[in-house]
Design a protein around this ligand. Structure first.
Ligand SMILES: [Zn+2]
Length: 148
C-alpha cells in the first residue's frame, strides 16, 4: 500500500475497525517515511464494488483515485484530511448500506458533489468542473446558481 503523498511502500497500521456495514476493514495507516496518515479499506467479502464508466466499461472502485480527485479539488481550501476521509467513509457506507455493488461514475461524482457542496463552494466547483462534462457555459452557470 503506497503512501499517497510520497509513494513509499511501507506503512504501519495505527487503527483498525470494521466499517459500519461490517463487510470491510478500515485501517488507518501512517507512512514510515513522511508520516502521512491515510486510510485503506480491505473488503471482507468477495464481491468488490464496481464503477460503471460512461463508455460502458466497469472497473473496481478505487478509493485512492477518488481520494486523489477530492484532494485535488480541495487544495488550499479550509478542508482537512479527516474531513476528506469522513466524506469517503460516508459514501462507502451509503453504497454498502444500500447493497449496491455497482455505481456509475456519474452517480459517484454526484455523491461527492452533494457532500462537497456543504463543505466548500470552491472545492465543489473545482470537482464539478472535472467530474461533470460541462458542455457549455450554461451548464456551468446553472451549477453556480444552485450554490446561491
Ligand atoms: Zn509518505
Amino acid at each position: 500500500m503506497k503512501c499517497p503523498t510520497c509513494g513509499y511502500e511501507e506503512s504501519k497500521v495505527v487503527d483498525s475497525r470494521t466499517a459500519e456495514s461490517q463487510d470491510a476493514i478500515r485501517r488507518r495507516r501512517e507512512c514510515l517515511k513522511c508520516g502521512t496518515r491515510f486510510t485503506t479499506y480491505e473488503r471482507i467479502e468477495e464481491r468488490p464494488l464496481m464503477v460503471l464508466k460512461s463508455r460502458g466499461t466497469t472497473e473496481p472502485f478505487d478509493y485512492d483515485k477518488l481520494r486523489h480527485g477530492i484532494v485535488t479539488a480541495t487544495v488550499k481550501r479550509p478542508i482537512n484530511s479527516d474531513q476528506i476521509e469522513h466524506l469517503i467513509d460516508d459514501i462507502v457506507n451509503e453504497l454498502q448500506g444500500s447493497f449496491r455493488y455497482e455505481v456509475s461514475s456519474s452517480a459517484l461524482g454526484d455523491m461527492v458533489l452533494k457532500r462537497l457542496k456543504n463543505l466548500d463552494a470552491v472545492a465543489y466547483i473545482r470537482f464539478a468542473s472535472v467530474y461533470k462534462d460541462f458542455q457549455d457555459l450554461n451548464g456551468f452557470t446553472h451549477e453556480l446558481k444552485e450554490l446561491e
